[in-house]
Design a protein around this ligand. Structure first.
Ligand code: SAM
Length: 260
């Protein structure tokens, strides 16, 4: 039974990190006049209401996008996605990753999304009519759809990590996926945890993909004792310029990083 709901966490500092890099990567990739595929294994509901009870309960968006909004120039692809979402859905709306992607992608690009939770999948379909949404396991969806057509493209894997075996299983999943789709940009989001549970997985990933890039940022826990103290994005086949953009983001996150 799935209990994770992204509405409690939407717009937190991990989302700012993940979504800013996602928007930048796709914006870079659409500069080439060649269609691409965009796939997501764990899509969520695409539109979140930061004035809702979920966001109020955790206060994560108040410590996240509410602080970070001014970090980005108006023409940064993440700032553009945020502005468009708010123009379309209201001043307190926040775009999930599928909406960030659709804001950047073009008519000719192919979008395939998986979301297992029935209510989230229904909300996703309602938010993005005409987009292919599978209410299915995202790992299985990715392996069955890859290599996609068009071959150029990006896949975001953003699990909720509530299934603890995901930490053991993800390296093998990415290995199989990369074997099927060697040219795909594969982006995996992971939490940076005080108990270091993510570390063995990351070591295995770096052994498997020596040329991949992992970018992490640190931030204070959302509440005292909360285990997540940073956000990581592991990218196989990162687009040219990714490291420079990630370094720019590191400088922005230094404003909230705990002093050591
Ligand atoms: N990617 C979204 C974003 O950035 O806006 C957030 C996704 S949230 C971290 C993870 C989502 O995965 C949840 O909506 C959850 O219902 C869904 N989920 C959990 N297990 C799944 C699975 N095996 N396959 C597909 N979706 C799953």
């Amino acid at each position: 039974m799935l209990s994770y709901q992204h509405a409690y966490h939407a717009g937190n500092l991990a989302d700012v990190h993940k979504h800013a890099l996602l928007a930048w990567m796709l914006d870079y990739m659409v500069q080439k006049p060649k269609a691409l595929s965009y796939l997501e294994t764990h899509a969520g509901r695409a539109v979140y209401d930061l004035s809702g009870p979920e966001a109020a309960k955790t206060g994560e968006a108040a410590q996240g996008i509410a602080l970070a909004q001014g970090w980005f120039a108006a023409d940064h692809p993440y700032a553009r996605a945020l502005a468009k979402t708010r123009a379309d859905h209201g001043a307190q709306a926040y775009p999930g990753s599928p909406l960030i992607a659709l804001n950047t992608l073009r008519f000719e690009d192919e979008v395939t999304l998986a979301e297992l939770h029935p209510a989230e999948a229904e909300a996703l379909r309602a938010a993005l009519p005409g987009v292919t949404v599978s209410q299915t396991d995202g790992f299985a969806m990715a392996l069955s759809r890859c290599p996609p057509d068009p071959r150029r493209g990006l896949l975001l894997c953003d699990p909720s990590w509530e299934v603890k075996t995901d930490y053991d299983d993800v390296p093998e999943f990415l290995r199989k996926l990369h074997r099927r789709w060697p040219v795909g940009v594969l982006a995996l989001w992971y939490p940076v945890l005080t108990d270091a549970r993510h570390r063995p997985m990351l070591r295995a990933l770096h052994r498997q993909f020596p040329d991949a890039v992992s970018h992490t940022v640190s931030f204070p826990p959302a509440r005292p004792g909360h285990g997540m103290v940073g956000s990581g994005l592991f990218v196989v086949n990162p687009p040219f310029g990714f490291v420079d953009e990630a370094n720019a983001l590191s400088r922005l996150f230094a404003r909230v990083a705990p002093q050591t």
